[in-house]
Design a protein around this ligand. Structure first.
Ligand SMILES: [Ca+2]
Ligand SMILES: [Ca+2]
Length: 173
């Protein structure tokens, strides 16, 4: 495929333009996000030149992917790495073959004590929820309540303690 990947520190597969083909998102260093649109055809893999999704990503930790706005396009979420513990949603604003992201949208606070979390539609209503482990033992859920393209989550609900006895839950560390 392409060269120039030695500066990419982390990357994620995600269909960022929602065309049914898996694209790549990658952090260059800690701060700059790029996206490579999948242009595969006829069984031959290929990628478009990188698109710039902006800087400032080092301020967010524990990035996860999910459709948090309800438009069918996968978004990013993470919480501030220092000086506060606020969850942000970074909406996917891509249109056609142009990859882009919108301004980060602040959600709830209180995330500093969450050690790992995952994305799932836990209540089966079609909206993406979050599940997180506080410390190693207590699990919480935040139900997704997005409406009209605006992301939202309920206050947390406890799923009880004893989760430190359960291994291998796939979460964002
Ligand atoms: Ca795609
Ligand atoms: Ca979305």
């Amino acid at each position: 495929m392409t060269t120039g990947w030695s500066t990419v520190t982390r990357f994620w597969p995600a269909d960022w333009d929602r065309d049914g083909r898996t694209d790549l998102l990658g952090l260059q260093g800690a701060d700059q996000m790029f996206a490579w649109r999948n242009t595969a055809s006829g069984g031959v893999p290929s990628f478009a030149p990188l698109a710039n999704l902006g800087a400032g990503w080092s301020s967010l930790t524990k990035l996860v992917l999910g459709d948090f706005t309800g438009d069918g396009k996968v978004d990013l979420a993470g919480w501030t790495a220092w000086n506060s513990d606020q969850l942000y949603v970074v909406p996917n604003t891509s249109s056609g073959t142009t990859l882009s992201r919108g301004q980060s949208i602040p959600m709830s606070t209180g995330w500093a004590s969450i050690t790992s979390y995952l994305v799932a539609d836990y209540d089966g209503d079609g909206r993406t929820d979050l599940l997180g482990v506080q410390g190693s033992d207590q699990m919480f859920t935040w139900r997704g309540t997005h409406s009209g393209g605006t992301p939202g989550f309920t206050a947390l609900t406890s799923l009880g303690t004893g989760w430190n006895t359960v291994g291998h839950i796939p979460t964002a560390q």
